[in-house]
Write a protein that binds this ligand. Sequence first.
Ligand SMILES: Nc1ncnc2c1ncn2[C@@H]1O[C@H](COP(=O)(O)OP(=O)(O)OP(=O)(O)O)[C@@H](O)[C@H]1O
Ligand SMILES: [Mg+2]
Length: 499
Amino acid sequence: MNIQTLAKERRKVVGLLIEIEQVSSNEKNSNDEIFGDCLHSIRQITAQYDGFIDKIFNNSVFIIFGIPERREDNPTRAILTAISVQETSKSISLKHKITVNTHACIDTGLLSSDETSAILDSLKKIAQLKIPEQIVITADIHRLTEGQFSFKGIPTETGKLYSIINALKIPAIKKHLQSRFIGRVEEFNLLKKYVERVLKGEWYVVSVVGEAGIGKSRLVRELTETYLLKKDVRLIKSRAYAFTAMEPYYMFCNILSYTFNISETDTIETINKKIADKCSVWQMNSQEVVLTAGYVFSKELQGNTTDIAFEDRKKLIFRIVKQIVFNLAGPDGKPVVFIFEDVQWADHSSIELLNMVIDSISNIPIFILCVYRTGFIHSWAAKPYYTQIFLKPLSKEETREMVSSLLEEEFLPGDISNAIIEKSEGHPLYVEEMVKTLIDEGAIVRTPFGLEVVKKLSELKLPDKVEDIISSRINILPQSVKKIIQTASVIGRKFQCKW
Ligand SMILES: Nc1ncnc2c1ncn2[C@@H]1O[C@H](COP(=O)(O)OP(=O)(O)OP(=O)(O)O)[C@@H](O)[C@H]1O
Ligand SMILES: [Mg+2]
């Protein structure tokens, strides 16, 4: 990989420095053996989170996230790598009967022409502070991952740093600048129409599809808040995250916790009792349900029950989940609305289970709403009860309305709305990020006579988030198409292409 070329692109990346520290020694095992074991697991974990090991020196490993491919969630991936490494060091400690600690620090920065040294230098400075906490991040990383982890602030002479306490199982939604809901009338009414039919006993699977940031989640949120919550339905929401692709059945955790009313603070005894109570009403085998819950949530739940072979396990989980779905929406149940968000990130087992549920529904009032980015392939298209809603960009007028709502100003200087309409091409996330950039960079000021533009809009840089989304989309294209885009970007916005 040529870091010099990436540096010319001024690529923003995330750096993670891991220091391996051996607290107590054991003569039987050489340091090299222990370091070798740590390195082996760091390599595996780094690969799992798409990081790139740039340097190994002394007892340290320097990893970069964001090369060769750009990702939108590099800071999250870096933190999850550090957490996994920290957990693995516990098992290495047990194996060698010594204490191995890992200290990690994470920062973000631009790749500079002298390779990755600027980020590494900044991380080494943090490491020299010898903060006792095991994972330390900068304020920039904290801002980019707020809501996904719990943090503790660490004041230092050069500014505030944070340590990671743990990852939140269900990340909180980050509050930010928000516009009122614009447009999407047709799509909203279509979704409402299908729910109304389900309320009368029919069953439907609908997917809301579109590019990253086009407004899929916002449409679903509006439907939920202004319509679904007022109806007599069981509403069960679930989702996948970019970092749960390796967690089997993650998308079904919420369905089980909703069904058996399980909360994160419940003890194993409480969970077993809740499952047993519900199973006696539904006449289900509670042993089998506990076993299933164990495979979906945590093996600890299974207690002394004997494990079963992989294929039988899958059959059991499928059978139990099917029974649960049919019981929820069955003759005595209310209509059920399942919302699965970000299905494009779902782990393989969750997708198999979802396919099974979609294949088997009939004669029960059930509405399955699947939300995913363009490019996700599934096998439901031919089902007579399936419909797809594809979200297009907002119109020019809608974009203008959105800018106006974000800035809380009815009358906008023409150059602001025209610049945003032209650059965002009606993409709501880009509109939001561009308005944020205008505010953050002080390009617009509020005067008694309304908003005034005080900087040349053409000089404003594209927000990082927008750049990352565009680049990650270009990355998944075939090499030949990437080349055309590269050449075309030099020519300008419009060009002719002969095949
Ligand atoms: N119709 C709309 N009116 C006002 N704001 C919108 C609209 N659609 C989207 N937005 C805003 O744009 C941002 C991106 O939208 P959203 O999160 O729904 O995108 P998404 O398609 O779900 O993206 P992703 O694939 O990354 O999950 C959000 O802050 C959202 O509130
Ligand atoms: Mg979304």
